[in-house]
Ligand binder design. Structure first.
Ligand code: GDP
Length: 363
């Protein structure tokens, strides 16, 4: 009876359906076990054998319990977010739960933004955005978990703000939390048995502990899926097609009103009214953008979704209309954004449930 089977590492119920949720074990691996043999979930297996952390996510309810637990401690919190999708990767209501604890905000994946951006300006921009979302921070670091030097810089920052407290790394899924934690583990080499798991008191949620070279520990925690993000509606293959891996190359489109851009089959941008002007798109370089007339765009979509316009989702696209006065980004959470610099009425279509919002222009 698989429902009763628990991982002997973290105590989570073993499941074979969702690789990103806790307790995952591939069916094939489970089939190889004899009846009463002890099992580790894949996450604990990797941790034991390779000192490597795999991403994991929780239900909203469990995540909230965990954040509340962390809020009760005297801790330093590192909140990792994705700079490519700042709004979509913030933890909803984090401030409400963290109590008096200090927060360092890490805006990860800097490497996907155009290199021409001034890092200081970018940090200021992130600070402003985060403050407007109601989160108070001790420090903001714009970085790339892929770059060793940035990891070093983060550890310096942590050392400054830690004041003998334990350090918790929190974030929604897909922001690069595991990548960052693994990079930190690499840094702290030389300590044997580097990583251990333990339980949040009163829950079955595992936490992963990495001893730091003073007496404190760094604790990696599972994330939650942010439902307003595009990632929530795509399968793994399609997700790869839309998540930038490298520096994105913006493209500027000179459009007349009544022209439309299709962003693969996932979203659509209509220039409803205004003088002819340039719109700049910031999406994964691999995402194909098609220009058509707005009149007939519905039929065009019906005919080509999933083929010429790919990837696509089976959900309907919802229409969001905006009157823009100047220098604004129209953000499709997790997919990218379109910047408008003139006066225009525009409409953005995105799958039902995906957040579409405006912000002051990043670039
Ligand atoms: P988690 O769910 O927050 O633990 O996220 P992961 O560490 O699994 O990372 C999610 C995706 O983002 C993976 O495809 C990573 O390769 C990618 N990623 C992580 N850090 C970076 C980074 O610094 N730059 C870029 N471009 N991608 C990153």
């Amino acid at each position: 009876n698989h429902e009763e089977l628990r991982c002997i590492g973290c105590g989570t119920i073993i499941q074979t359906k969702n690789p990103e949720a806790l307790g995952y074990l591939p069916q094939a691996a489970l089939d190889k076990k004899s009846e009463n043999e002890a099992v580790y979930c894949q996450r604990c297996f990797r941790l034991r054998n390779y000192n490597e952390i795999a991403p994991a996510s929780l239900t909203d309810e469990d995540f909230q319990k965990m954040i509340v637990e962390i809020g009760k401690k005297n801790a330093l919190i590192i909140n990792v977010v994705d700079i490519f999708d700042l709004n979509g990767s913030m933890i909803p209501n984090l401030t409400q739960y963290i109590g008096k604890n200090d927060v360092i905000l890490v805006a990860n994946k800097l490497d996907v933004l155009p290199r021409s951006l001034n890092p200081n300006k970018l940090t200021k921009w992130v600070e402003t955005q985060v403050r407007s979302m109601g989160l108070k921070t001790k420090a903001v670091l714009v970085m790339s978990a892929r770059h060793e030097y940035d990891v070093y810089e983060l550890l310096e920052l942590v050392a400054t703000h830690k004041k003998n407290r334990d350090v918790y790394i929190v974030g929604v899924t897909n922001v690069g939390k595991s990548t960052l934690t693994n990079a930190i583990i690499k840094y702290e080499t030389g300590i044997s048995d580097l990583v251990t798991t333990s339980r949040f008191p009163g829950t079955t949620l595992d936490q992963i502990e990495i001893p730091l070279n003073d007496d404190s520990i760094l604790i990696d925690t599972p994330g939650i899926i942010h439902k307003g993000q595009m990632a929530h509606y795509l399968n793994t293959e399609d997700l790869k097609l839309v998540s930038p891996k490298k520096e994105i190359k913006p493209k500027t489109w000179q459009l007349n009103s009544d022209q439309t851009l299709f962003l693969g089959g996932l979203a659509r941008f209509d220039f409803v009214s205004g003088a002819k002007q340039g719109f700049t798109t910031y999406f994964d370089n691999e995402l194909e953008i098609h220009r058509t007339k707005s009149q007939g765009a519905d039929d065009f979509y019906q005919k080509h979704a999933g083929e010429l316009l790919k990837p696509s989702v089976s959900k309907n696209l919802d229409r969001h209309e905006f009157n823009v006065k100047g220098k604004t980004d129209l953000v499709i959470s997790g997919l990218g954004w379109i910047s408008v610099s003139g006066k225009a009425t525009v409409a953005v279509w995105a799958p039902a449930g995906v957040d579409v919002l405006t912000r002051s222009a990043l670039i």
